[in-house]
Ligand binder design. Structure first.
Ligand code: TYD
Length: 136
């Protein structure tokens, strides 16, 4: 049973035949939250570092639908690093994790499913504030 309160990679269901592959994310399969928002990152310069924030409530599923990039996660006491490079794997990111996305390859695209609509008040953008918040 997948624990969505911890980060980790999950399989993204796909239908593959001689015409190619079709990945699917739909209700509960595999994202067990209401999908209230989908956004995607593309045209990211190779030296860019995206993210650098945490969320208080938001659950996300991040898929490298094209190319590759690295996602680093930090909950204030533990740091994890994930090399995303395949559309058949998704990274679950629970609330309470400082995240950075970096090392984008040429043509990389990150597809993100989110459990909530965009809400600037759900962000923590200062790392020291995040560490204090995470220790509460
Ligand atoms: P941000 O979340 O900081 O991007 P990243 O973590 O990938 O570096 O968002 C970048 C900008 O886009 C910021 O001005 C907020 C805006 N934005 C929206 O308007 N809606 C959204 O759903 C998201 C994720 C960001």
């Amino acid at each position: 049973m997948t624990n969505w309160d911890t980060p980790g990679l999950i399989d993204i269901p796909a239908v593959r035949d001689h015409l190619g592959a079709l990945g699917v994310v739909e209700k509960d399969l595999p994202f067990p939250f209401p999908i209230k928002r989908v956004y995607f990152l593309y045209d990211v310069p190779a030296d860019a570092v995206r993210g650098s924030h945490a969320h208080k409530e938001l659950h996300q599923l991040i898929i490298a639908v094209s190319g590759s990039f690295i996602v680093e996660l930090d909950n204030g006491s533990e740091k994890l690093s994930f090399d995303l490079h395949s559309p058949d794997k998704g990274l679950r990111v629970p609330p309470g994790y400082w995240r950075t996305l970096s090392n984008f390859s040429g043509g990389a695209a990150a597809l993100v499913f989110a459990s909530e609509e965009y809400d600037p008040t759900d962000y923590i953008r200062d790392y020291d504030e995040f560490v204090s918040w995470s220790q509460k």
